[in-house]
Design a protein around this ligand. Structure first.
Ligand code: SPD
Length: 429
């Protein structure tokens, strides 16, 4: 990371001295989401392919909304960013991303075209049936939302329902991802079990449900969860779990893999489950924002990320699962110690392979998961609810108390100054 901060500083100097922006590629990605050595490899590969120099300036974010706001409001000139599904949908609807031109990349190194997964293509298509997101974005990593649990404190049965986050037995030991959409979806799915079982709503309906009634129901539920929450975390939950500082974490599958493997090294036993009621399946994809300045290098960068060996390195470093459909990627994950599962939805024909089910869930798990969708302006209602639950926003009573306290302090200072003056006067007399 240090190296890239230095690079960023150097690049800023280079640019401010009138350096060539065509030799800079600004990448804005989630934290802990890449093997950073691939960035230098990209610089070398780009030079070999095009004969041109490039320096990657790499920055990270922890939540989608931070990234979106920098582009939406700040018009920052990132060349490549990595939003999640529903944010890609929003950027697409708002004209914030550029169509990709992969025809400009020679066939033999066109890794995007060579390694597409039909599952990912379909998911991208489902983002918005009237504008094909496949023309604007390339999937990077994907996964599910579920529960990481400490197997010494929590049974698989206890963790197999979303209600575990309200279980008083684990109060004070529950970590919740500070990602409103990723919490709202599963909680609503949990609350609407009856309707789902009766077939009066579908998972997809729920992912589009921004009604006041549903937001209120989720808010009511989260208020019951809140007192037992050890932390609302953007990216420290996985680490806390490895240290045994929480026993339940509502989290993403990639963080679960990372945490489970790290924890095993220090004798903490973690596992991950997608609760029986259903959940969200998500993906993050590369896009070129409207304000990008180096479209050529951005296009090559996205292509390079799709090279199977690069995809495997990124998976191994982060714990997340690549959206790459190349058979080499599947082969790199075969582990004979695992029970065979059906991942034919992702790798056609692979209906019985020994892979980690946290990385590639069994088809039956995927069938009970749905993709989140953008809510447009209704997103503000969700964010307001989230702040109310977490207590980020002070009530008007809080403001009254603060103002009264400030007035009392000012009065006390004035009064003490006056008495000092009076004392000085009487002294002089
Ligand atoms: N530390 C990188 C985490 C990226 C995970 N993205 C998941 C988004 C779910 N909406």
């Amino acid at each position: 990371m240090k190296k890239f901060l230095i690079l960023a500083a150097l690049s800023a100097v280079l640019l401010s001295c009138g350096g060539n922006r065509e030799q800079i590629l600004k990448v804005y990605n989630w934290s802990d989401y890449i093997d950073e050595t691939v960035l230098t490899d990209f610089e070398e590969w780009y030079k070999a392919q095009t004969g041109e120099d490039i320096t990657v300036v790499y920055q990270t974010f922890d939540v989608n909304e931070t990234m979106l706001s920098k582009i939406e409001k700040g018009h920052e000139d990132y060349d490549v960013v990595c939003p999640s599904d529903y944010i890609i949908e929003r950027m697409l609807n708002d004209g914030l991303i550029l169509p990709l031109d992969f025809a400009s990349i020679p066939d033999e190194i066109n890794y995007i075209a060579l390694n597409r997964s039909p599952f990912m293509q379909q998911m991208f298509h489902d983002i918005n049936p009237s504008i094909d997101a496949n023309d604007y974005s390339v999937p990077y990593m994907w996964g599910t939302t579920g529960i990481i649990y400490n197997t010494e404190e929590v049974t698989a049965e206890e963790a197999s329902t979303w209600d575990v986050i309200r279980n008083p037995k684990f109060s004070g030991q529950i970590l919740i991802k500070d990602a409103p959409r990723d919490v709202y979806g599963p909680v609503l799915i949990y609350l609407k079990q009856k309707e789902l079982n009766e077939g009066t709503v579908t998972l997809d309906d729920l992912m589009r449900d921004s009604s006041d009634e549903s937001i209120a129901a989720v808010e009511n539920y989260l208020r019951q969860v809140k007192d037992g929450v050890l932390g609302w975390e953007a990216d420290f939950g996985k680490d806390q779990m490895t240290k045994g500082r929480g026993v339940i974490s509502l989290n993403w599958s990639g963080d679960a893999v990372w945490a489970r493997d790290e924890a095993a090294e220090v004798g903490v036993s973690l596992d991950y489950i997608v609760p029986e009621e259903g959940s969200t399946v998500w993906f993050d994809g590369w896009v070129i924002p409207k304000y990008a300045k180096n479209i050529k290098a951005a296009t090559y960068f996205i292509d390079f990320m799709c090279r199977p060996d690069i995809a495997i390195r990124n998976m191994e470093e982060t714990g997340y699962v690549s959206a790459n459909g190349a058979i080499e990627v599947l082969e790199s994950q075969i582990d004979e110690e695992m029970d065979p599962i059906d991942v034919s939805y992702f790798f056609p024909g692979a209906d019985s392979v020994c892979v980690d089910p946290v990385l590639y869930p069994d088809k039956a798990v995927i069938e009970r998961c749905a993709l989140e969708h953008d809510w447009g302006k209704d997103t503000d209602k969700l964010l307001a609810m989230w702040s109310r639950v977490k207590g980020d926003n002070a009530s008007s009573l809080t403001y009254v108390v603060i103002v009264l306290a400030l007035l009392a302090i000012i009065a006390a200072v004035l009064f003490s100054n006056k008495s000092k003056k009076r004392r000085r006067k009487s002294h002089k007399k």
